[in-house]
Ligand binder design. Structure first.
Ligand SMILES: NC(=O)c1ccc[n+]([C@@H]2O[C@H](COP(=O)([O-])OP(=O)(O)OC[C@H]3O[C@@H](n4cnc5c(N)ncnc54)[C@H](OP(=O)(O)O)[C@@H]3O)[C@@H](O)[C@H]2O)c1
Length: 284
């Protein structure tokens, strides 16, 4: 049996959608009974919820992986490093205890080492390398859809995200979901492999603006930090987002795909600019 964790997230729901109806697949999420209307990533198929089980890395009694051959462990990335590390450690420890044969983990690209949230990914990769369980690491690049959130035009038709002259090899989330499905369904041929999954065309602020029908007038990191530091932001959030802008602006996320993504997909990668434009707020 293949179990996917984090099945209500943006990536997890795309993966679950691709695997819907398979008798050998189960989906795990923190709130399996969540009302569809409350689901941030609303599903189109009501019946997909029927075999969801509760999996919450923060709640040890929900971590029963008996009978699971392959665990697709979607990183539970929002929180301070110690919280995220504890979640991933709990999931891997439960998998080891319950005899899971293979863990497929969604990580972060090596180029993302300068991002503020890189550390828990590297910790988890090291944890897997030291585990007796077979593993595959999918090092996901920044989602094109994330850029639609980080660099959306304002009401004045300007993108002010502080990307400087930097570029980002963003990748369509759908491509990452498709790779995850293909790897998780045939894990033996990907044992102990680390895949760097980035887009094939590094995008600049000007590229994003053109796709959005906007103008690019980048702000400074300081002004972005001030804008992001609202009373309802969690303390870790402004540094996380400012660090993302900074890494892009400094050119650390510009390295394009050298063929890995293409080799794991049965078709050419989806254009990241198209995914970006489609995900912009207010687009159908
Ligand atoms: N490459 C990128 O651009 C990028 C961008 C953002 C995030 N990420 C990372 O990739 C992951 C998936 O991305 P996404 O866009 O799907 O994020 P998302 O929509 O924000 O979803 C968050 C994910 O974290 C899971 N999660 C949170 N706390 C958990 C816990 N205690 N136990 C188990 N699962 C928990 C959620 O699972 P349920 O809600 O189903 O329980 C969900 O799958 C994120 O969690 C983050 O680590 C990558």
């Amino acid at each position: 049996m293949l179990l996917i964790t984090g099945a209500s997230g943006a990536l997890g729901s795309l993966i679950a959608e691709r695997l819907a109806g398979r008798p050998d697949v189960r989906t795990g999420t923190r709130l399996p009974d969540r009302n569809q209307d409350q689901d941030r990533h609303q599903d189109r198929h009501q019946d997909r919820h029927q075999d969801r089980i509760r999996v919450d890395f923060d709640v040890p009694e929900t971590l029963d992986f008996t009978g699971v051959d392959t665990l697709l462990l979607i990183s539970a990335g929002y929180g301070e490093d110690d919280e995220v590390i504890a979640r991933h450690d709990a999931a891997i420890s439960a998998a080891e205890r319950d005899g899971v044969g293979h863990i497929v983990y969604t990580s972060l690209t090596e180029a993302g080492d300068h991002l503020p949230y890189a550390l828990p990914h590297r910790w988890t990769e090291r944890r897997l390398r030291n585990s007796p369980v077979a593993w595959t690491v999918l090092r996901n690049g920044l989602y094109a859809e994330l850029m639609a959130w980080l660099a959306a035009p304002g009401p004045d038709g300007r993108i002010t995200a502080p990307l400087g002259e930097g570029r980002v090899a963003a990748v369509a989330r759908e491509d990452l979901a498709e790779v995850a499905v293909r790897v998780a369904l045939a894990p033996a041929s990907h044992t102990n492999q680390v895949y760097e999954l980035v887009g094939d065309r590094p995008l600049s602020g000007a590229d994003l603006a053109e796709a959005a029908g906007a103008r690019y007038t980048p702000a400074t990191l300081a002004s972005a930090r001030a804008t992001l530091s609202t009373p309802d932001a969690a303390p870790f959030q402004p540094p996380m987002l400012v660090g993302t802008y900074s890494a892009i602006a400094a050119g650390f996320l510009a390295t394009p795909d050298t063929g890995t993504l293409r080799s794991l997909l049965p078709h050419p990668p989806r254009p990241a600019l198209t995914a970006y434009a489609a995900a912009l707020p207010g687009r159908p």
